[in-house]
Write a protein that binds this ligand. Structure first.
Ligand code: MN
Length: 161
């Protein structure tokens, strides 16, 4: 093996170590496949859940950098799931981007009130979707320095509005 190849392998491994992890909660297989495709195309590591309870099961052992949450889910809906998630200190810092199929007046406010950091509507527009993810995926401070401002303050758009 050459040095260049070893360097390539190291960079390749690094790309996985550094990849942001996203939990996608979406019951519709077509929408899920599209979202997974778009997210992986940006280098995100994606885990999939089809219901809120499946998502909570994953969250017992995994701590993703962001959750993409479909609002219309069978059983517990995405808003309820987000509220529940935000009540749990171990999960509360994970930004949630809501995805909803009908953009009715007040839906955005409801999503933000539930604790969602962002909101996009279906049908998914590739650029808007990825931009919203990119804005919020880095919103959680991973290693706040003691001199920096308190973590998360002013970054959670959904609170206090
Ligand atoms: Mn759905």
């Amino acid at each position: 093996m050459t040095i260049a190849f070893l360097a390539y392998l190291a960079a390749w491994r690094e790309s996985f170590v550094d990849a942001k992890k996203i939990l996608l909660v979406e019951d519709n297989p077509v929408n899920r496949r599209l979202a997974v495709f778009l997210l992986r195309s940006q280098g995100y590591q994606v885990r999939e859940a089809t219901t809120a309870s499946e998502a909570f099961e994953i969250l017992q052992t995994d701590h993703p950098d962001l959750i993409v949450m479909d609002i219309q889910l069978p059983g517990m809906d995405g808003l309820e799931a987000t509220k529940k998630l935000k009540e749990q200190p171990a999960m509360a810092d994970i930004p949630v981007v809501a995805v909803t199929s009908y953009a009715m007046k007040g839906d955005r406010e409801k999503a933000l009130a539930a604790g969602c950091a962002g909101y996009v509507t279906k049908p998914i527009n590739k650029n808007i979707f990825l931009q919203e993810i990119a804005v919020h995926v880095g919103a959680r401070a991973t290693a706040p320095s003691p001199l920096s401002s308190p973590p998360f303050s002013g970054e959670r758009k959904g609170e206090g509005e």
